[in-house]
Design a protein around this ligand. Structure first.
Ligand code: CTP
Length: 411
């Protein structure tokens, strides 16, 4: 799987550094050319010689060594890498990388590379869960780094909890997964909506909702990874544009979202409406800031267009329409009703009152309801993983539709 792939393995100074030896060995067995860069901290746990013997390449640990042949080594490694894997990644290393510091070979090389970077944090639970570490990880992930999350179990410090480096075979499996060539949606136009819309009341206030955009952005990213041409229509969100997405259109109100979606609907093969569209807007938007002169304030709200319903009416047989249903009660009943009313192929139903589900979380707990009456109940999982499963189902529907078209023409 990793034949001819050049992987730079960064090893930083944590007790889990001993597991990196097996990671290097497994990567090499899978066919990769492995170059190890160690920090000084890592050398307190394991010697460069061990890695040299396993990988067959010299190990880089300093910017200042006298090398037999002149080349600017951190740039050479940065350019040559097909992927950089940092395992284990300590809290200190993650903090330095998040700030863009370059005070050793590994951090300097990382600033110069445009290869995908994967990090596997490993540390004590409190350190991992510390808001500053979490903020640093989020920063790196938002810039495109991939995090292999630590496992739970006994830690070297004697406590038990999240923070263990996953087993070497799991890390190598994740790396192999990244190299899989994905073309299952190539040539397809996927239209995704994400985040909540906001409806103005006056020049400084609006009606909004708690949607962060994480689900829709994860779907857009995954569709792009599978080779699709992706248009992402997003309400206000703090998330950066997902890598590989062809266009990101940032809108504010439901009306603006409707216009952006309608402009692109004819060319779309698949539409996934993850956005939390406001159902109403203020009938009269005040030209000036509303003053608190009275004890009560009455706003008259008017219904917004139901974008998905409109799409359902216009939908061609070859197009796939996926909706979301965020409910607080009668989940299946309401979701099934929306599926039928809006003429959808699939609906993703979630009970937003459950912990780990719904708005502004990294995870979700959902059920997929199909047109054929099927219900698939899924456990709590990261939105990134859910995006993959959702697109797997969409691809199955696409396959069935193609097959039906084929039969129409040939039988
Ligand atoms: N949706 C839409 N336009 C709207 C409202 C909702 O396109 N004006 C889409 C959402 O993007 C979602 C689906 O319809 O994919 C269901 O949204 P939801 O808010 O759960 O349902 P509503 O149809 O608005 O019904 P209700 O608020 O009564 O539950």
């Amino acid at each position: 799987m990793l034949e001819n792939k050049k992987i730079v393995l960064g090893v930083t100074g944590g007790i889990a550094a001993y597991k990196s030896v097996e990671i290097a060995s497994r990567l090499k067995k899978a066919g990769a050319e492995v170059h190890v860069v160690m920090t000084r901290g890592a050398e307190n746990f394991i010697t460069p010689l061990t890695f040299r013997e396993i990988t067959g390449h010299s190990v880089t640990d300093t910017m200042w060594a006298d090398v037999p042949e002149y080349n600017v080594e951190h740039i050479a490694l940065a350019k040559m890498a097909d992927l950089v894997l940092i395992a284990p990644a300590t809290a200190n290393f993650i903090a330095k990388a998040a700030c863009g510091m370059a005070d050793d070979m590994l951090t300097t090389m990382l600033l110069a590379t445009d290869a995908p970077v994967v990090m596997a944090p490993a540390m004590n639970t409190a350190m991992y869960e510390n808001p500053v570490t979490q903020e640093n990880i989020r920063k790196l992930v938002s810039r495109g780094w991939i995090e292999i999350r630590p496992a739970s179990g006994n830690l070297a410090c004697g406590s038990s909890g999240v923070g263990r480096l996953p087993e070497p075979n799991q890390i190598v499996d994740e790396v192999q997964e990244l190299f899989k060539e994905r073309t299952s949606l190539s040539g397809r136009h996927v239209l995704v909506t994400a985040a909540g819309t906001i409806e103005p009341i006056d020049p400084v206030r609006y009606i909004g909702n708690r949607s962060s955009g994480k689900m829709g952005y994860a779907v857009a990213l995954e569709a792009a990874r599978r080779g699709a041409i992706v248009s992402l229509i997003s309400g206000p969100s703090a998330l950066p544009d997902p890598i590989g997405v062809s266009e990101v259109v940032r809108i504010e109100s439901a009306k603006e979202m409707r216009d952006a979606v309608m402009d692109r609907f004819d060319s779309a093969d698949i539409v996934i409406k993850a956005a939390a569209v406001a159902d109403y807007h203020a009938k009269n938007v005040s030209e000036h800031k509303i003053k608190k002169d009275d004890d009560t304030l009455t706003l008259v709200l008017e219904k917004n267009p139901d974008i998905l319903m409109e799409l359902g009416k216009k939908k061609r047989n070859d197009q796939i329409l996926v909706g979301f249903a965020a409910e607080t009660r009668n989940l299946l009943e309401y979701a099934r009703h929306k599926l039928e009313k809006k003429n959808l192929d699939l609906i993703v139903a979630n009970d937003v009152t459950r912990r780990g589900a719904g708005f502004n979380t990294d995870t979700n707990i959902v059920r997929f309801l199909g047109r054929d009456g099927s219900v698939e109940e899924l456990p709590m999982m990261l939105k990134s993983k859910l995006a993959g499963l959702l697109l797997d189902r969409v691809e199955e529907i696409l396959e069935k539709k193609n097959h039906a078209d084929y039969k129409k023409v040939h039988i």
